[in-house]
Design a protein around this ligand. Sequence first.
Ligand code: AMP
Length: 292
Amino acid sequence: MFAFNFNKIAMPIFYEKVALNTFLKSVKNQNTTIGFVPTMGALHQGHLSLMQQSLKENNHTVVSIFVNPTQFNNSDDLTKYPRTLSQDVEKIQQLHSDIIIYAPSTEDIYEGHVHAEKFDFDGLENQMEGKFRPGHFDGVGTIVKRLFEIITPDKAYFGEKDFQQLQIVKKMTQKNNLPVSIVACPIFREPNGLAMSSRNERLTPQQRQEASLIHQTLLQAKERFKNKSLMEAKEWVTAVFATHPTFELEYFEIADEETLTPCITPLKDKNYRAFIAVFVNNIRLIDTISLK
Ligand code: AMP
């Protein structure tokens, strides 16, 4: 599926923004574009598919690997987040030897002030993930803005897996007039339908298999929303997870794709999307599906 490139010498890895910036200035001119894929590492094929898209559309692709502390509202989640830099570098270099890797330290990004800026995302931040992860999107806005300043990409690639994050990044870009296009990339799934996630690594093989229920339930909820009713779909999803001891449902919501406000009465000219967050043995998994 991905082009492997063993022959060329790989790009150096940049650990400091000053060196990265100097390098990017030396390769950037009016006729070249820079594509950027921000990640927190523990890379899987979902991440690689974003890189693949950037490689297709740009002269240069930068991938950042940084576990951003200000977007974690739960310190345990931050501590347990997988950190696998050498394997990540190997995966990227196997995908394409020209990819520029930026793996900064917290100091290089935050310069001694590990704090999130406060953002107004016109209410997008108050729904779903925002309700259950207070401050999370301020952390996301802070790191994405900072990385955009350092890298000055022409295009930046974000997965629909984190659909609310995608809308928030679009909003921040638009409100701050940042000269970067945000490209939405489809969700990459495991063969059983489970959305790929770095957190899947923390599931046992059995939990990973059982977690396919999340996507299966979203697919069924889509049918119920179309053929029955909004309420029926929501109640059915709640009942499915209530009967499964492996899962603890945090939320299931059907919301307007643009504003992310919960759907109350479906309107013909609006696009809706289902969003879900579920715990499997304290590991929090999210997924989403378009209801079009
Ligand atoms: P993360 O490392 O989790 O911060 O993710 C980095 C980027 O990869 C984000 O834009 C995510 O939405 C995207 N991403 C994560 N998982 C997937 C997936 N399964 N399919 C597509 N994109 C993904």
